[in-house]
Design a binder for this molecule. Sequence first.
Ligand SMILES: [Ca+2]
Length: 99
Amino acid sequence: MVFQALVSSKDDRQIRSLVDRIFASVDTNGSGVWEFNELKAMLMHLNRSQNGKPNDEFAARQIFNHIDTDGDGVISKQEFLSYILQNRHNTGFFQSSST
Ligand SMILES: [Ca+2]
């Protein structure tokens, strides 16, 4: 799956290309940024594929606020890319059900 490829990749160019694909697929209304509902839908989809337990709203909001570093209420591709580059060795974000 694409997220596993993302966090296991060591090549910045490959990461950027994957980020492009993921960003477009999560940006379901094509606005060019992620709204909270889009991030939440993505997280719920990820969790459902792992253990059938949807992420709750509070956890999704915490993750959203963490990635939205400029606090404008939406996540830009640059914010997501920065987050991935900083956290690619810590896969906990994409496996929030573990531990
Ligand atoms: Ca933002």
